[in-house]
Design a protein around this ligand. Structure first.
Ligand code: PLP
Length: 389
């Protein structure tokens, strides 16, 4: 199996699995218990919290563990809407966010909030001028006063890196709070010092466990508790901590940091090899991801193969043991075309022919040779049999 769907989810690192198994078997205490096993579990949670805080340049108290990226995004959007409802009723986000943000915005619209969706260019780069314009209405009326700006740090379909530090600065200068969905960015780009009030992330995108995520909530920024009960997570999210998953997440973050510090340990080389191979060997394509490494994470490559249907190519590759994706697998099973590629201005045909390849440190150049061979054959066959444009 050649797995190129790492934006959907990643293979859990063996180091993470081993640690989690050890904790499940031997260190199963409840962190709230006062006996040594409780303390042992508490220490595991504390260690993981420190690891995440260090990566974000935060203090451990600013990290809250939760269940996933979706929970973090929902917590921030609904929480800020509640706490700031008397200050304003405008929320600004982008047209290319994950449904975890967009669907929450839709619900907020039904509750009387006005949501502005900032556009992007053909490589999914944020329209900063439009953001500035949307922020400039602050103070005119409650409907025009932004309370929150939510801009993802990396887009999940194209890998485009968003200018979140600039967006945070602009949001703050207009009196709004700033959130970034960093589910596809955490562990891949530096996030310390970006000036966000909230950062949300997820374990399963970085070789950690599924069902665990975390939020950074800046000290002093008020957000209502998402779950109330025993008061865990500084009262922000009650419920007995999933200690093995939290420790597994800490380990996964440590491994991502090691990967980032090491030249040639990440997926840069296989991605570059595949990109060059596609450009050299397959005509009539559009590269939808930015090509410069400053603008795109090395884990994603989105390409439209004109005159084909991505879904058919995906199933053809699947028969060869190759897993890719057409859009975002975790907004799963939804019919319809990618809202991200549509916002980038691609035509329905260009969207239909799009494939997302997403990479991890486990991919190799040898695998890319196989992918290039099968992909070229699949595209050629489709174009021969189908009606090309
Ligand atoms: N945000 C982005 C950018 C994502 O890519 C995803 C999942 O693909 C999510 C949020 C949701 O994360 P989770 O699956 O942990 O709920």
């Amino acid at each position: 199996m050649i797995y190129l769907d790492n934006s959907a989810t990643t293979r859990q690192a063996d180091e993470v699995t081993d640690l989690m198994a050890q904790l499940a078997r031997e260190e199963f205490g409840n962190p709230s218990s006062l006996h040594p096993m409780g303390l042992q579990a508490q220490n595991r949670v504390t260690d993981a919290r420190r690891i995440l805080a260090k990566v974000l340049g935060a203090t451990p108290e600013e990290i809250v563990f939760n269940s996933c990226g979706t929970e973090g995004d929902n917590t921030v959007l609904f929480g800020v809407a509640e706490t700031r409802k008397h200050q304003g009723r405008k929320i600004i986000t982008t047209a290319v966010e994950h449904p975890a943000v967009l669907e929450a915005c839709k619900v907020l619209e039904t509750r009387g909030y006005k949501v502005s969706y900032i556009g992007v260019d053909d490589k999914c780069r944020l329209n900063k001028a439009q953001l500035e314009e949307e922020l400039s209405t602050a103070g005119r009326s409650p409907e025009d006063t932004p309370i929150l700006v939510s801009v993802m740090a990396v887009n999940n379909e194209t890998g485009t890196i968003m200018p979140v530090a600039d967006a945070a600065r602009l949001a703050h200068s207009a009196g709004a709070l700033f959130h970034t969905d960093a589910v596809q960015a955490f562990g891949k780009i530096g996030l310390a010092g970006i000036g966000a009030d909230f950062i949300t992330m997820s374990g399963h995108k970085i070789h950690g466990p599924k069902g665990i995520g975390a939020m950074y909530i800046k000290k002093g920024v008020n957000l209502p508790a998402y779950l109330v009960g025993g008061g865990q997570e500084r009262g922000m999210r009650s419920g007995t901590e999933n200690v093995p998953a939290i420790a597994g997440l800490g380990k996964a973050v440590e491994l991502m940091e090691q990967e980032r510090a090491c030249m040639g340990c990440g997926p840069e080389a296989p991605r570059k090899y595949l990109l060059e191979g596609i450009k050299d060997g397959i005509p009539d394509i559009i590269i939808n991801s930015p090509e410069s490494p400053e603008e795109c994470v090395p884990s994603v490559l989105n390409v439209s193969f004109l005159g084909t249907r991505g879904e058919v190519i995906l199933h053809t590759l699947e028969a060869d043991g190759i897993c890719v994706s057409t859009g975002s697998a975790c907004s799963s099973n939804k019919k319809g075309q990618s809202h991200v590629l549509a916002a980038m201005g691609l035509s329905p045909k260009e969207i239909e022919g799009a494939i997302r390849f997403s990479f991890s440190r486990y991919n190799t150049i040898e695998e890319m040779d196989i992918v290039l061979d099968r992909l070229t054959k699949a595209v050629t066959r489709f174009r021969r049999l189908g009606s090309f444009r």
